[in-house]
Design a protein around this ligand. Structure first.
Ligand SMILES: Cc1ncc(COP(=O)(O)O)c(C=O)c1O
Length: 427
């Protein structure tokens, strides 16, 4: 049995049994899983975790799962890269990339939340699963459902990148495209969850789904040798991952598994869809919904379900927010690829571009440790990079022709730097 005790309303503290549920009946506040940390202490140790599988399931005792994992058996345990070349380029002492572009099976952080949500869906006895998605979640639900033998309906905005459409359709779910943006899709999915008795992972299974995102944070700490980075820069879309990485760090502190270094969290959004960063920078508690207009489609959520909690988490930690323009996002994608050999999608480009601007502004001091969360893979969004590079030369198969190219080859042009140094920049 897990150490999860109940669902608890994040607003009024009302408690509910561990059941499919999104909000509190009293005040409609979101509910999340509460644990018995006293019972965990001494039982959940560094050794017990290290003895677990090389997947996110090594943290099973910190997740709301009663039985065996039913999905995502190989998900998680992605590389934490010590990015020394990029650190030197940016003039920062200690830089890490948590690389979920290598996640299994669908190359984004969503494989974590889906592994937990589909395991819980099977525990609850659902036979059909679904989601409202900007692309990566649908990709992941489709793949995990196929492997688990579950029926899947995935609902997405009509204008997703071709790579993502093919990537999800190949697994055989019912893909439904909605004329509208993610917020329209999400509204429809709430109605679907009410009408059909299906597990819509980010609606009626949301409290369990979001817990899966903690594993991104657990891994950062364990892979750093049971230590926390001082700064963590996290992308924000619906607002799941940032507060859950913070929850992960604080659970490890509560259980005495890491030292409390008062970690700071910084939210990253695209300038074309930055309701949360905008509110953080203006010192407001409530964000104003926006209509997204950015190449970073996977994080283009204008009315984020957990945006309020991102603002609270960031502010409480002493962190801040930053946004990046589409040009800065592309420049950061190229920089990460050239410095560290990691090809991320625009969500990752956004996160790195914002991290660079936070370093330049002084919000992240150059002598403090920093982890940048890269949550998606560039091979799924090739269209955004089309036209970004000069055509490669075509030659006859003659050594002399090749020699000419070697002669012409100059040092690679200086990386396209991300500019900007305002301490809390929203566009
Ligand atoms: C690649 C990628 N990164 C980050 C996010 C951030 O999601 P959230 O804030 O909802 O956890 C998403 C959401 O879809 C995503 O696809």
């Amino acid at each position: 049995m897990s150490h999860a005790q109940s669902l608890v309303c994040k607003e009024c503290g009302a408690r509910y049994p561990l059941e499919p549920r999104t909000v509190c009946d009293i005040d409609f506040g979101p509910v999340e899983v509460a644990y018995d940390y006293d019972a965990m202490r001494g039982h959940v140790t560094r050794q017990s975790i290290e003895a677990g599988p090389r997947s996110l399931w090594r943290y099973r005792d910190l997740l709301p799962i009663d039985g065996r994992p039913r999905a995502g058996l190989k998900s998680g345990w992605t590389p934490l890269v010590k990015a020394d070349r990029l650190a030197a380029e940016l003039g920062i002492r200690e830089l890490y990339i948590k690389d979920d572009s290598a996640n299994y099976p669908t190359f984004s952080y969503k494989d974590r939340v889906v592994a937990v949500a589909l395991t819980k869906a099977a525990e609850f006895g659902f036979d059909t699963v679904g989601c409202a998605s900007t692309g990566n979640l649908a990709h992941s639900v489709a793949a995990h459902a196929a492997a688990a033998g579950m029926r899947a309906f995935v609902v997405v905005p009509h204008d997703l990148e071709e790579g993502k459409m093919v990537g999800m359709t190949v697994f055989g779910p019912r893909v439904v495209r909605v004329r509208g943006n993610y917020d329209d899709v999400n509204r429809l999915c709430s109605q679907i969850a009410d009408k059909y008795n299906w597990a819509i992972v980010n609606v009626n299974l949301r409290p369990y789904y979001t817990e899966g995102a903690k594993t991104h944070g657990f891994e950062i700490a364990e892979q750093l040798g049971w230590r926390l980075p001082k700064h963590t820069v996290v992308p924000v879309a619906g607002g799941t991952i940032l507060p859950k990485v913070a929850k992960a760090y604080h659970e490890l502190i509560t259980l005495g598994l890491v030292e409390d270094n008062q970690p700071r969290f910084h939210g990253a959004q695209a300038a074309g869809c930055n309701p949360v960063v905008d509110a953080i920078c203006k010192g407001e508690d409530i964000f104003h919904p926006q209509k997204p207009k950015t190449i970073a489609k996977s994080i283009a959520i204008g009315n984020p379900a957990d945006g309020y909690y991102v603002i609270q988490t960031v502010r409480k930690s002493g962190g801040t927010g930053m946004s990046a323009t589409d040009d800065e996002i592309i420049a950061a994608i190229k920089l990460l690829a050239r410095m560290e050999g990691i090809f991320t999608e625009p969500a990752g480009g956004t996160t790195l571009a914002c991290a660079i601007k936070l370093i330049q502004s002084g919000a992240i001091p150059r002598d403090e440790s920093l982890c940048v969360c890269i949550t998606g893979n560039g091979l799924k969004t090739l269209e955004v990079m089309q036209g970004q590079f000069a055509q490669s030369p075509v030659i006859e198969a003659r050594l002399a022709d090749f020699d000419r190219i070697v002669q012409e080859a100059t040092e690679p042009a200086a990386a396209n730097h991300v500019k900007g140094n305002s301490s809390c920049q929203t566009a």
